[in-house]
Design a protein around this ligand. Structure first.
Ligand SMILES: [Zn+2]
Length: 354
């Protein structure tokens, strides 16, 4: 299916002045969100107090001030420090629940949440504690918030493939609690090939496969994520434009890119929002989605990403429809769920066009 074949919707007639309201109201899916990246400084402090963990920042304000990153690594240093307050099942539940409440506010119907077990198991927190806390929050969200949430387990690429295999082994008793695996953390110097065997094993197990590629790493990492890891979606992927043949291939295959605009600005992948290539990627017929990545650290949740991107790039209602529809089409839900949410999306646009 080509990414360009989005059915024509009656977006004509939606006044530009109503676009911000539409962006917030439209139903959408979020496919690139690291649950540990939703930890707000206030919650970090509350959990530190609850668990008796000493933080190297004297106050919430001091911690927030430290969120001035220069690149991916400077962010990751603070990110792992923040995660150190997560020790018990309730901590993981409370972190996920705080995000899921925001998801409901942003009219997110479905979210596929990344989690990094190695960040916790390496600190002595059992895998079971992590997955039970997170999946309890996901189950509650469905019944209490009307938000569908699934988990994708990520391997940290700065660690070894052997460590990824150990994580996979630890996860198998909880196989029903997650739908796939991903690859995240520092991209430079950690090419997809490093994880070829563990991804092959996950493929055999019938897990969905995604991978971060082409954020700070070169376009060649995207090619390898597709050919070596068999990734079904590319997380970020904005550097695909450096390889025209790859852009053509991604468009033809309809491979989704989970783009994270505020993250890209905060980590200096682009200097400023009006220099972001998201509009260009859409014009190339790529199946682009908008996501928040690590919203507590990057200055905004999903709707904030939509609002700032549309304002800076002067995008229109057609782009809004395409992006929201892509988010459902690229998700790992049943065809019936996709159809139901896309019908709701269509209704929302018709209402705004009146
Ligand atoms: Zn990410």
């Amino acid at each position: 299916m080509s990414a360009a074949t989005v059915s024509p919707m009656p977006v004509a007639g939606i006044p530009a002045a109503r676009l911000p309201e539409l962006l917030q109201a439209m139903p959408k899916a979020e496919l690139h969100m690291h649950i540990e990246g939703s930890l707000e400084p206030e919650l970090i402090f509350a959990l530190a107090q609850r668990n008796g963990v000493a933080l190297s920042y004297p106050s919430v304000e001091d911690l927030r001030k430290a969120y001035a990153f220069t690149d991916l690594q400077s962010f990751l240093d603070i990110y792992y420090a923040g995660a150190s307050v997560l020790l018990k099942e309730d901590d993981f539940h409370d972190m996920a629940w705080a995000y899921l409440l925001k998801a409901q506010e942003d009219n997110i119907r479905h979210t596929e949440l990344f989690f990094d077990p190695q960040t916790h198991t390496d600190r002595g927190v059992p895998f079971e504690v992590v997955i039970k806390g997170l999946s309890r929050a996901c189950a509650r969200a469905k019944t209490e918030l009307g938000v569908s949430a699934s988990l994708i387990m990520c391997f940290l690429r700065h660690l070894s493939e052997e460590s990824a295999f150990e994580t996979l082994q630890a996860s198998l008793p909880y196989r029903e609690h997650f739908i796939g695996v991903g690859l995240d953390s520092g991209e430079r110097g950690n090419p997809p090939e490093k994880f070829a065997r563990v991804f092959a094993k996950c493929r055999e197990l019938g897990l969905h496969l995604v991978a971060h590629a082409g954020e700070e790493g070169p376009a060649a990492y995207i090619v390898d994520a597709l050919d070596v890891l068999h990734a079904e979606r590319i997380d970020h992927g904005v550097r695909c434009v450096e390889d025209p043949a790859l852009v053509e291939r991604l468009a033809k295959q309809g491979t989704a890119l989970t783009v994270c605009p505020l993250s890209n600005i905060k980590l200096c992948v682009f200097d400023k929002m009006d220099a972001h290539n998201l509009g260009h990627l859409l014009e190339q017929g790529l199946k682009v989605t908008i996501n928040s990545d690590d919203p507590a650290y990057f200055g905004g949740y999903l709707n904030q990403n939509f609002l700032e991107t549309f304002e800076a790039l002067d995008l229109d209602a057609q782009a809004a429809y395409t992006l929201a529809r892509n988010s459902f089409e690229a998700s790992f839900v049943s065809e019936a769920d996709k159809a139901r949410w896309i019908a709701e999306l269509d209704d929302t646009f018709r209402r705004f066009a009146q």
